[in-house]
Design a protein around this ligand. Structure first.
Ligand code: NDP
Ligand code: 8X3
Length: 248
């Protein structure tokens, strides 16, 4: 299969790319950092096509897809994984630029790439779109404000895509992971404060990017007659919280 992964330069996307190539698939690995993609291409060989793409530059996306080389033109699976959280301040202290960047990447970028890739899948009557959402799209938490809202959008967009695809063989899944260590997610969220990022994962056994890579691979290789609508996964140490009351 040909699998286009956004955010292939790190974290879940990289873990998935490694697994797919090992399993005999071809990967179109997209991200902004060319050096990281090139390093991965050196390791993974010709089955990994590095493609520099900033999903928040939505106007550039259709041409990038049109320019894919023969052999990679046919996209069987689109994994909309590129995304980020910025900050954990409460809404009234948050940086508006951080909010806009999350919206541009997690929402507009994901929508624009889906819009560029989906028509060919429908025309072929086969394909699979996996959106990487988050538990933050279902469970509100302190400081999750716009990040969680972007992932709530991703969840509902995924469900609505599937509704529109009734009668076709095109599948859609929203994968909703909880806490995962070992990716760059918290380093990015805390604007490069690696010490603060590491503390997020102190003192409990969490999931890893490799765990999520395994789950994504399992979804991609699942039987074509099954549609996993939503898949929420958390480490056992994590669970949803009760409602908060501020006592006087
Ligand atoms: P990482 O920060 O490790 O990886 C994010 C990837 O997205 C990188 O490859 C980055 O590459 C890419 N990316 C970011 N912005 C853009 C952009 N504008 N255009 C193209 N690529 C971009 O994070 P994770 O692997 O942990 O997270 C992946 C996804 O999973 C995200 O959508 C995140 O919200 C979600 N998620 C993460 C969880 C976690 O706890 N880690 C839990 C639940 C969901 P580059 O910088 O080279 O562009
Ligand atoms: C990332 C998971 O719990 O940090 O989407 O929001 S969480």
């Amino acid at each position: 299969m040909n699998v286009l992964i956004t955010g292939a330069s790190a974290g879940f996307g990289k873990a998935l790319a490694e697994r797919l190539v090992a399993g005999g698939h071809q990967v179109i690995g997209c991200a902004r950092r060319r050096d990281k993609l090139d390093a991965l291409a050196t390791t993974l060989g010709e089955a990994f096509l590095p493609v520099v793409m900033d999903v928040s530059d939505t106007a550039s996306i259709p041409q990038i897809i049109a320019d894919l080389p023969a052999g990679f033109q046919h996209i069987d699976v689109l994994v909309n994984n590129a995304g980020l959280a910025l900050g954990t301040e409460p809404a009234h202290e948050a940086d508006l630029n951080d909010w806009m960047r999350m919206l541009d990447t997690n929402v507009k970028g994901l929508v624009a790439l889906t819009h560029a890739v989906l028509p060919a899948m429908v025309a072929r009557d086969s394909g699979y779109i996996i959106n990487v959402g988050s538990i933050a799209g279902s469970w509100p938490y302190f400081g999750g404000n716009v990040y969680g809202a972007t992932k709530a959008f991703v969840k509902q967009f995924s469900l609505n895509l599937r509704a529109d695809l009734v009668g076709t063989q095109v599948r859609v899944t929203n994968l909703e992971p909880g806490n995962v260590a070992g990716t760059e997610f918290s380093n990015v969220r805390y604007h490069g404060d690696d010490e603060k990022a590491a503390k997020v994962y102190d003192g409990f056994k969490t999931m890893t990017g490799e765990d999520i890579g395994d789950i994504l691979l399992w979804l991609i290789e699942s039987p074509a007659h099954i549609n996993v609508n939503r898949l929420e996964v958390m480490p056992v140490a994590q669970t949803y919280n009760g409602l908060t009351i501020a006592k006087q």
